[in-house]
Design a protein around this ligand. Structure first.
Ligand SMILES: *Cc1c(COP(=O)(O)O)cnc(C)c1O
Length: 234
């Protein structure tokens, strides 16, 4: 049986090859291990193999895992990558290091107000609904400049960049399109004067296409932990 240390190594090899093909530095791409539906033991195993950043979709599932792994807390980074309702912002502001899925000012304002003073600012990305995305989450590209300016001004958040979840596409070229679009949106915000450095894009199936278009965080679940046999619980 292949263990998590092996699949992590394979995933790093994919990132290395994709960076080489794109002429990019490998250190510029962070591997976020998406541990949704997998228990604390899997995260512990990945941590023992050197993995530090973990992504979760469902707030309650993540809180249970964070509590079960409290002994490792200083060596782990927890990223929320799933939808965030405004009634859950307080626990998220208290427990996570990053939120990739901010798409409304109200949620951002609550996260900023509720971020405990003893913690560093919460690192956030705005989720963008790029073309071809069926999901209703994510800010529309036209509304992005105004939202980004407002979120960047919130005192207890640090706006880092953009995130997207494109529809699956069959070919490498088709996979690249929405990632290229997100890159262009980031560049436009930088020209607007925002100091953004993060593009959270690319999953197990399209890691290479995302790195080719400038991803700085790839969010990888299946390729590391295996197939998910159950839906994560909300
Ligand atoms: C589940 C999930 C991932 C990981 O997807 P895989 O295909 O398993 O790599 C990445 N990003 C988000 C937002 C997810 O929900």
């Amino acid at each position: 049986m292949t263990g998590i240390a092996d699949t992590l190594q394979d995933t790093h090899a994919r990132i290395t090859a994709a960076c080489a093909a794109a002429g990019r530095a490998e250190q510029d791409v962070t591997l976020l291990a998406v541990s949704k539906t997998f228990g604390p033991a899997a995260v512990r195993e990945a941590h023992a193999a050197g993995q530090r950043a973990f992504g979760e979709n469902y707030v309650q599932e993540a809180l249970d895992k964070i509590a079960a792994l409290a002994d490792l807390r200083a060596g782990l980074q927890w990223h929320l990558i799933g939808p965030l309702q405004s009634n859950k912002t307080r626990v998220v502001a208290e427990s996570f290091d990053w939120v990739h899925s901010v798409d409304r000012l109200k949620v951002a304002e609550r996260l900023s107000a509720q971020r405990p003073p003893h913690l560093p600012p919460l690192q956030v990305c705005l989720q963008v609904n790029v073309s071809g995305e069926a999901s209703k989450s994510g800010v529309a590209p036209q509304a992005l400049p105004a939202l980004a300016a407002q979120v960047a001004a919130l005192p207890r958040l640090r706006l880092r960049g953009l995130m997207s979840i494109p529809e699956p596409a069959g070919t490498f070229d088709a996979q690249r399109e929405p990632h290229r679009e997100l890159f262009a949106l980031l560049q436009a915000l930088r020209r607007q004067g925002l100091p953004l450095d993060t593009l959270s894009m690319g999953m197990s199936a399209d890691l290479e296409a995302a790195v080719a278009e400038g991803a700085t965080i790839v969010r990888i679940g299946t390729a590391i932990f295996g197939g998910r046999t159950r839906r994560a619980t909300a």
